[in-house]
Structure formats: structure tokens, C-alpha cells
Design a protein around this ligand. Sequence first.
Ligand SMILES: *Cc1c(COP(=O)(O)O)cnc(C)c1O
Length: 427
Amino acid sequence: MSKQYEKETICIQSGWKPKNGEPRVLPIYQSTTFKYETSEQMGRLFDLEEDGFFYTRLQNPTNEYVAAKICELEGGVAAMLTSSGQAATYYAVFNICEAGDHIVLSSTVYGGTFNLLTCTMKKMGIECTVVDPDAPEEEISKAFRENTKCVFAETIANPALVVLDIEKFARLAHDHQVPLIVDNTFATPINCNPFEWGADIVTHSTTKYMDGHAMSVGGCIVDSGNFDWTKYPEKFPGLCTPDESYHGITYTEKFGKAAYITKATSQLMRDLGSIQSPQNAFLLNVGLETLPLRVERHCYNAQKVAEYLEAHEKVAWVNYPGLKSNKYYELAQKYMPKGTCGVISFGLKGGRAAASEMMDKLKLAAIVTHVADARTCVLHPASHTHRQMNDEQLVEAGVAPDLIRFSVGIENVKDIIADLDQALSQI
Ligand SMILES: *Cc1c(COP(=O)(O)O)cnc(C)c1O
């Protein structure tokens, strides 16, 4: 089942395709291990000479079917699930970077990504230069060094809602002989396929819209197969030279376009072990089945809420890329013509204090550290998710201290607006 089907069909029909007499629904392979007839067969699996499952830390059939579905949705060649979005980000970068290497990072990325790449990975000897994604190409170019190994950015930044000029970033990355890695969590493959615009690798926090019901934390990495590592063997020795921990296998030679994901599975998953549980992968798959329906409704509702807020006298500013007044409206139209996401940010004329007061008055919208859920929820990043950042870093990340992140759910939009209306009337 390849390109002939539309995304709505892929979401329902791809991945697990039962044969005669098999379960209609994707089974949960709740097993740590898999049985073989001969010692020789098992040995061949360990040598990566044959495809197959032996231990769930490396691969599990439930996970594989779900990864295959996401891979098809993104138009990639290979994909893997991880235990969280953070693990996906870490593996995606660490798979091609080691101590002494360097990353170029868009300043507006998710707070957890910012922390991981600028602080935690620094302790592993990997340096990071943070760039303003809206800066001119010549300026961003200056961030690259001899030892730069990748560029990392988000399609729609959480929570700054900056829309990435993917083509510009792909050009910059490729001019400097490195891949562009894009976190596509907010847009989802329903609204944007970064590979079509030149991105090489896509990551997801499947915890968000893909799961969609706030049930399971998870992540995914998809490889487009388009970046030719063998053109720069001295830059990517991990992929282009023999791996001693696998009897001298050279991933690019043996696995071609699947080299990057195979290495991430057989080295990083083997050694670091952030596998998604099959139970969570099963839940993720249920979420994926309705992803196109939910994303459409999230975007419809968010547009209405953004328009309501923009017209409200107590609201100082609204940031939603679907608003004509928005700085990123044109870019959003280009890269995500069907819609952007269900997340809006806004500030009140009363500033930070009014934000907390208004949030406490909401009845339907719950205060939770979550986003992109079927249920409307709200968060104040400066006091919650981005608490570890100082004011300067907050501004750099596109997070104003008064910013309220409002994640519009799939309830009836009249009720969501009525809830905001009653809360705003009380401050
Ligand atoms: C939530 C999020 C992450 C981290 O994902 P977890 O599943 O929470 O580990 C990464 N990127 C973006 C854009 C996110 O919203």
C-alpha cells in the first residue's frame, strides 16, 4: 500500500495489514522476547544478517507496524518509535553527532529541546549555536562550523508558533553539507510533510496530536532517505565507516537508504534503550486512525477562538498563524494550506497577573502541562514549561512572560468561546 492512498486512508489502513484469519485489529505483542528454532537463526539476527525480532528493547512488531504507518504518512523510507518525544530528539541528533561536534539550532524550539541540545548535550561535548529562524540566510550561515553535523528546527514552534521557512533552512543545511532535522509535532503529517520541502529527517512527540487523547508519552523518528551520507564520509563516520560493535558493518553500504534508522536502532536503542512500550504503541495507533478528523477540527476551532480573542477588548495580542494579521500567515499558507495547529498563544492587557487570574476562572479549559489534546487546555509557559529559562532566554525562544498557551480541543467551539468569555468578563 504505497502512494496510491490519501492520508485519511493511510491512517486507517496502513501498518498492520492482517492476512487470512488474523486479528482485524493490530495485536499488542506484549512479549519481551521472540522464539527461534535454531541457534544459527538467532545468530544471524544479531549480526543484522536477517530481519526479525529478538528482544523488545530493539524492536517489537506492534511498534514496527505503527512506525511503518507514520513513515508512510510522512513519505519517508524508514522510521522508529521511541519512548518519548525527547528520546526521539536526542536519538535523531546523537545518531550523527559525537563529542567535539556542533549543532545549529533554531531559537524558537520547544523548551525541552532547547534544554537538551544546549545544556545536557553540552555536557557530552556537543556544542550548539542558537539562531533566529527569521534572520536572513547570510546571517544564519555564520553559525555553521567545520564540525557542524546537523540543523534542528520545528515546523511550528511550541509555544512561539513561529512557522519555519523549511526551504530556507533546508538550503542552509545542504549548503553546509549537513541534514535538516525538523520536529513536526505541531503541524502533524496531516498539515505538513517537511520532506516535500527539503527536510531530511523528521521527529515527533507522538504524545501530542498523534496520540491526541493524553494517554501515552511517545516519540518517532522518520528518515526521508534523501540525505546522501556517503558524499561526506569524513563528516559522518558513524554511518560511512565500519561499526566495530557490529563486526565491521558499514551502515550506508549494507542498508542504503535505511542506514540512519538502522544505526539508531542497533546502536542507540541497544545501548540507551528508550523503547516505546507495545501497549503505548497500540494506543498511539488508535489515535492515528482519527488524526485527520481531529486535526481538521482542532484547526477549525482554533481559527474561531483566535478570531474571537483578536476582537476582545481585554486581549492585548493574539498569535495564531491562521490569522491574516499574523506575521507568519504567508509562510503558513505556503507550507500548511489546510491549517496549522490547534494551539494559540495570547496575552492580556493586564499582563502576567491577569493571565493567571483569567486562567483560574476557566471552567472547561483545564490547566495542565500538556498540549495538542482532544480536551481544551491552557498553560502559562513562563511559570510552567519554560520555568528554567530567564527572561532573556524566554524572549529569544519567542515566549513573552505574559504568554498564555491555549490548546484548543475538539469540543464544540461555542462552548470553548463561552468559557473564555465568562473568564475574561471576571477580570
Ligand atoms: C512535547 C514536545 C516534545 C517532547 O515530547 P515528549 O513526548 O513530551 O517527550 C518535543 N517537541 C515538541 C514540539 C513538543 O511539543
